[in-house]
Every structure is written in structure tokens, then in C-alpha cells.
Design a protein around this ligand. Structure first.
Ligand SMILES: [Mn+2]
Length: 165
């Protein structure tokens, strides 16, 4: 499994630059996917959910996966949550669950971490504001049976954070 970010556009407000970024990213993904397929590696872009990152929301990621046979999708719960909170959605868990249902069979990998809706804190589940209940139900609904990666971050206490269970 190799997780990659979905490209970055420096000026998404300019349509011509955004389109160029998307085309470059598609070329990049196509090249990487051929290399990965030959080696039995699953390539799976993850949602960043920022205007600077095209191919980042559920609809765009699904379209990308439909364009490239064998491409998986990594769904990052913390990123999805923070993006919706920054847009002013107070309790976005149900809409995050809808994103997971929409991605459906293309879901190849899941990153789990928590935050308080402002910063990408990468906290252990339970230490932020995310209510994981509806999200776990959606993972069940799409019969997700692959890895859940706890993507935690505390550079001052890496051993303690790494030992979180
Ligand atoms: Mn992630």
C-alpha cells in the first residue's frame, strides 16, 4: 500500500492553473499506477480536503478511481472532519459517513485520528471532537475489511504516542 497526497495547486482560484494541475496529477497517477501494478503495490491517494488539493473530496476521488482501474482511495477521517468544521459544519459526522458510502468499493485504506475542528492535530480517537460512531457504521455498511491506521502525532512524546492503545 502506498498512500500519496492528491497533488497541490498553488492558485486554485485560476481555472486554467487548476485544470493544468489536475492534468499533471492524472499523468503522475497514471505513471505511478503502471509502476505499482507491475509490483503488486496498491496506490491510494488520500483526501486532504483543502481548496489547494484537487482530487480530494469524495466525488473527485471516486471519479479518479473510476478513471484508473486498480487505483484505491485512502480515506483520512481527521482530514474530512477538519475540512467540514472549517466550512462551518458543526457536526459533520453524518456527512463524513456519506462520503465513505459514496467511495464504497474503491476504499482501500483508512487513516484514523482525531482533532478539535481547527487544526490537523492527529490526536488519538477520543481526545478530539470527532464522534466516530456514524463513521464506523459507514465503514461497516461498505463492508470495509482492510487496515485502519492510527495516524497519531506528538513529536515531543513519540514513544508514548506510539504506545497508545
Ligand atoms: Mn492521513
Amino acid at each position: 500500500m502506498v498512500v500519496v497526497h492528491p497533488g497541490r495547486c498553488p492558485i486554485p482560484e485560476l481555472g486554467v492553473v487548476l485544470d493544468k494541475t489536475k492534468n499533471w496529477y492524472k499523468d503522475f497517477i497514471g505513471g505511478c499506477l503502471r509502476y505499482a501494478s507491475d509490483r503488486g503495490v496498491t496506490l491510494a491517494p488520500e483526501n486532504i480536503d483543502s481548496a489547494h488539493y484537487p482530487y480530494s473530496d469524495a466525488d473527485e476521488l471516486k471519479l479518479l478511481a473510476q478513471d484508473f482501474e486498480g487505483l484505491g482511495i485512502t480515506f483520512d477521517i481527521g482530514h474530512a472532519y477538519i475540512a467540514k468544521r472549517r466550512k462551518g459544519v458543526k457536526a459533520p459526522e453524518e456527512s463524513i459517513a456519506d462520503m465513505i458510502r459514496k467511495i464504497g468499493r474503491h476504499l482501500a485504506h483508512v487513516h484514523v485520528h482525531d482533532n478539535k475542528g481547527s487544526w490537523d492535530d492527529h490526536l488519538p480517537p477520543g481526545e478530539g471532537d470527532v464522534n466516530f460512531g456514524p463513521i464506523v457504521e459507514a465503514l461497516d455498511a461498505v463492508e470495509y475489511d482492510r487496515l485502519l491506521i492510527a495516524e497519531l502525532w506528538d513529536p515531543k512524546n513519540p514513544l508514548e504516542r506510539g504506545a497508545w492503545d
